[in-house]
Design a protein around this ligand. Structure first.
Ligand code: AP5
Ligand code: MG
Length: 214
């Protein structure tokens, strides 16, 4: 089966961005991260930018009208390319919108991880805005403290990585995003990966289960 369109699903901090980047780099996919796209718009000094920034900082979801249009346009622009979607769709209404627009995922990767583990991961996360790389103070430290290995830019801590916002994001995930597993499960394309394991083991499992690497 050809895998042109993949969705990676999981709680905040489950490793979606990390594993999506591996898929993009090693299998030639375009990585579409809704969070990265929205954070870029949020950093602009415009009315829409400020509005998105305050929604993200509160751990809420931005309105469907905004994100649906953004992604449908990207899919049209990337027609013929292999894409890995990270963070979109993340609620039933978004998944239904895509289905109504005849967009189908060839595979859905579900990274299953506990709340304790995501709390530890997010509390040590360091992000590189320009390169899109993600580090962790313990599990994936950069070679030089506070600096991205790839771009040399200064690493930052995300605005929404404060413990109280992480709790809110996790509860939004349980309520809004987990139902997608049943939605896509009915189309039998969900591949569950135990993401409680180390980054390398998770990656090996994705290669084995999704890309059928021997
Ligand atoms: P988004 O940026 O998508 O955030 P999220 O879903 O909360 O997920 P994260 O990016 O926090 O975690 P991740 O799973 O990518 O983990 P990572 O690989 O970084 O969305 C942010 C906000 O944007 C939302 O709250 C919402 O406001 C808005 N938004 C986005 N999409 C939207 C949509 N569709 N509709 C409406 N609003 C939307 O890993 C985490 C850390 O752990 C890193 O430090 C990493 O190095 C480390 N790590 C990764 N894997 C492992 C491992 N196996 N073992 C140990 N450490 C690991
Ligand atoms: Mg991410």
């Amino acid at each position: 089966m050809s895998l042109n369109t993949i969705l990676i699903l999981g709680a905040p901090g489950s490793g979606k961005g990390t594993q999506a980047k591996f898929i993009a780099d090693q299998y030639g996919y375009k990585h579409l991260s809704s969070g990265d796209i929205l954070r870029k718009t949020a950093s602009e000094d415009t009315e829409i930018g400020r509005s998105i920034a305050s929604i993200i900082a509160a751990g809420e979801l931005v309105p469907d009208e905004l994100i649906n249009k953004m992604f449908l346009n990207s899919f049209k622009n990337l027609e013929g390319e292999k894409i890995i979607c990270d963070g979109y769709p993340r609620k039933l209404s978004q998944a239904e919108f895509l289905a109504d627009n005849s967009f189908v995922f060839d595979a859905v990767i579900y990274l299953n991880v506990s709340l304790e583990e995501v709390t530890d991961r997010i509390s040590g996360r360091l992000t590189a805005k320009l390169s899109g790389e993600t580090y962790h103070v313990k599990h994936r430290p950069p070679k030089v403290d506070g600096v991205c290995d790839v771009s040399g830019e200064k690493l930052i801590i995300r605005e929404d990585d404060k413990p109280e916002t992480v709790k809110k994001r996790y509860s939004v995930y349980l309520k809004e995003t987990q139902p997608l597993l049943e939605f896509y499960g009915k189309k039998s394309v969900v591949i569950e990966i135990d993401s409680e394991q180390s980054m390398d083991i998770v990656w090996k499992e994705i290669e084995k289960e999704v890309f059928k690497k021997k």
